[in-house]
Write a protein that binds this ligand. Sequence first.
Ligand code: SME
Length: 153
Amino acid sequence: MSQKQTFDNVLSLIREKINSETNRDSSLQFISDTLKEKINHYDWVGFYLVEGENDLILGPYAGEPTVHTRIKFGSGICGQAAETKKIFIVQDVSKELNYLSCSPTVKSEIVLPIMKSGNVVGELDIDSHTISPFSDEDKEFLVRICSMVGKYF
Ligand code: SME
């Protein structure tokens, strides 16, 4: 199966879940599990939820537990994405100075803000054990998921 077919199939599964699931955590857990299981280069997948003005709290995730359960805006890749409202793609985390390491096995990371009415309400965070695994297709695929997830906020 081509990567495009895999992305299309996974998008259908996730769309179906979001259309039928009213519980936010159940849905975010399903998305985390599905992305980790179906996409080879996604080794840790999770959501951070904005709390108050300045904090990200770890929500549902799939993969190894992380010590980074609360992250301030501006801190690490997650905090920078929240502060700037921009997607961060770091193809080699060893070159990123403002980075919070979870495990030495992680080589790259993509973080996408989840937006609602112009505000960041959460983030989708994905770690990979491969250097430079994230393409424009990954970005487009994940942007679509983040936009669907907006309905829970
Ligand atoms: N590496 C992230 C911290 C979160 S973990 O990847 C789960 C960062 O630099 O913000």
